[in-house]
Design a protein. Structure first.
Length: 195
């Protein structure tokens, strides 16, 4: 059997059809099994709670069958798909390490906190404007004229300044923005994979 990672794995089944164990075929001597623990005439085993033992001839036949199965798998569409998956996992691991290096460095932590503060300032101005607009249109004492003549223009100017400050920061620190975006995208991918 070829397992999910493309490695050869043998499954030992008893006379009743139940699985005894599964795993790789090992040379007992190379595995360091004490000679007194090796059954007479046997040289190889598939380890497990109940190890399954084989003679040299059986092991040779199993190895030949396993090689044929592995060769067939290695030239299959499944192996190409698995190889692509492995490359993707490798790229994700490298990207994660690079992201961690950027975001967890002392400078990175300061920059991430600064960006969060700038984004928070812009969000606070936006929320304040929403609140003022709602109060201006309140039936009990609201005054839309004050809002539209004074508060709204001031809020729009403040929001524009906050957004410009955030955009300037992002322009100066593209590596932080890229790392944060990649981190968010990776979190979404993980969420989708486990849903």
């Amino acid at each position: 059997m070829i397992n999910a990672f493309g490695y050869l794995s043998y499954t030992a089944v008893g006379d009743d059809g139940r699985r005894i164990t599964n795993g790789s075929l090992y040379d007992a001597a190379e595995r360091g099994v004490a000679p007194q623990e090796v059954p007479a005439g046997c040289t190889h085993l598939i380890p497990g709670t109940v190890p399954v033992w084989f003679t040299a001839e059986d092991a040779e036949q199993l190895t030949a069958l396993g090689k044929a199965a592995k060769d067939t798998f290695d030239s299959s569409a499944e192996e190409r798909q698995l190889a692509a998956w492995r490359r993707e996992q490798d790229e994700r691991t490298k990207a994660s390490a690079a992201r961690t290096a950027v975001l967890s460095s002392a400078e990175g932590k300061v920059l991430v906190a600064r960006r969060a503060a700038l984004a928070s300032e812009a969000a606070a101005v936006f929320d304040m404007d929403e609140d003022q607009r709602a109060r201006a249109h309140d039936d009990e004492g609201g005054d839309p004229g004050i809002y539209y003549r004074h508060q709204q223009p001031a809020n729009e100017a403040a929001y524009e300044r906050a957004c410009e400050a955030l955009a300037a920061f992002d322009g100066e620190h593209p590596q932080i923005v890229a790392a944060l975006r990649e981190e968010k995208a990776e979190a979404v991918r993980r969420h989708l994979e486990f849903d």
